[in-house]
Write a protein that binds this ligand. Sequence first.
Ligand code: PEP
Ligand code: MN
Length: 270
Amino acid sequence: MEELKLTSLSGKNKTVVETGPLRIGAGFTVIAGPCSVESEIQLLTIARAVKEAGADALRGGAFKPRTSPYSFQGLGLKGLKILEKAKRETGLPIVTEVLDPRDVSWVSEFVDILQVGARNMQNFSLLKEVGKGYRPVLLKRGMHSTLEEWLNSAEYILSAGNPNVILCERGIRTFEVYTRNTLDLSAVPAIRELTHLPIIVDPTHGTGRVSLIESMSLAATAAGADGLIVEVHHNPKEALSDKAQALLPEAFNRMVRKVRTVRACLESLS
Ligand code: PEP
Ligand code: MN
C-alpha cells in the first residue's frame, strides 16, 4: 500500500473542520434529522425539534442511495430548497448526501457539508470531485472497508485539495443479522492513532434499531468520538426511508442530554 501522505497522524495537529458556527473536532457535534427530506412540513417539524433538543446541525437526504430502484429516491432539487429553508429558519448548518460527481458543484450552493455515503466510499470519481470542491466532506466508512481503505479514500479528497474531511463510522457488515450492521466502536480510538482527522459515529445505520441507539451513542461518546449523526423523525411509521431506526424527538432529546453529560464528565477528568 502507498503511504498515507496527508491523512496520517505523523506529528500533525488534530484537524478542526470549521463551517459557519460548527467546529467539528473541537468539542462535541451532534448532527440530527430525518433519513430523507420528504416534504417541507416534515423537514421543518423535525428541524425545529432537533434544534430544541440541542442539535448543532441538520441532516436530511435529497438524493437517496436505495437498494431497490423502486424505493423512494429523494426529492432532489426540491429537497435541497426545503433544506435551505430549514437552515434559514433554524440557523442549523445542513448536511446532505451527494451521489453523483456531476451534482457536487451545484449541490454545494445549497448545503454546508457534503456526505459521501457508505456505498460510495470507493467511488473514486466522486472522491476526486468533492476533493476539488470547497465544502467539508463527511466520509462514511464503507460497509466492507478496512480502516486503511477508508483512510485511502480520505487521502483522495485531501490530495485533490480539500483538507476538510470528517470520518464517520456507521457499522460494517458481519455475519450478525440481529443488527443492521455491526457498529465498530474500536474504530474511534484506532482512527485517533492513525490520523489527525475528526471522527463521528452514526449509531442509527450502525444498529438499525431504535432500542439500541442511545446505548451506542453513549458508548461512542465514551470512546472519544468527536460527535454523532442520528436519524430523527416525528412519525417514523410513515417515514419514506429507514423507518425502523428513526428516534422520536423526545427520545433524541433525552439521548442528547445524557451524551452531553457523559462528555462533560470525561472532559472534567482529563
Ligand atoms: C444515510 O445517512 O441515510 C445513509 C444512506 O447512510 P450510509 O451511507 O451510512 O448507509
Ligand atoms: Mn438512512
